[in-house]
Design a binder for this molecule. Sequence first.
Ligand SMILES: [Zn+2]
Length: 294
Amino acid sequence: MERKRRIGLTIFAAGLAAAALLALAVAKVRTGAVGDAIALIGEARTGGLTLVLPDAVKNVRVREALVPGRPIVVIDPGHGGHDPGASGVSGASKEKDLTLAMAKELADLLQQRGRVRIALTREDDQYLTLEERAAIARHLRAGLFLSLHMDSAPNPMAKGATVYSLSDVASSVEAARFAAAENRDDTALSSEGDASVRALLADVALREQMEQSAGLAERMLKRAAGRFELRPRPHQFAAFHVLRRAETPAVLIEAGYISNGEDEAKLMTKEGRAPLVLALAQAVEADLATRAGH
Ligand SMILES: [Zn+2]
């Protein structure tokens, strides 16, 4: 009995010592190896992309909701500054101006309705890289990210709106080509030091992000159907870096073809854009409400 207790105590003491050693080891890893890895990632970033981010983020104004603590919707007017985007068939419109006008209308409407906070990646005619746009969404921990664009095609008959959601497999050759063109200014991403580590950690989150993005796209198209002309297959999938890097449910909306006279005329007026703007606002609110509910 006595002997057993002594052995028990010895085992207990040995256990304590092991626990202490383990704690020491953990602490060492925290301040040592892992800490170094984090520092390295930080250095890689200051050498590359992250240096330019604070400026883009600093200029962003967040519009408050009626109730505090609501999720932030980041609206991204495509193109800007020296990048005009597509040109309208009439010669009187540029994609960068139409996306900005529409983004402001959507922001104003959402603000009036008061259910979400809103931020625009740009509020004037300035150029931002895709990485800067996505960084704004990440920095604000956006609940949703919407990138607004106007389509253009060689076929003047092409018309109607399309919503693209993030995927690693494109839904068509055209969608893949479009994503490749949109991703063009993102060459810096491949040189990022932490890309592989992040890829491993983020895989599950990425699947969820894709699913939620697809759900948002479907919701938007359901709201818009019958009120605004859509393309025959309006939900497309493609690997857009700007959507992926936003690290939140994200869609890219092509409001219509400004290479088509009818679509361009409609997209050049506030009244013409209004039904789509309303559908987007309603879908955004419904989407965030659903996700807040569980
Ligand atoms: Zn565009």
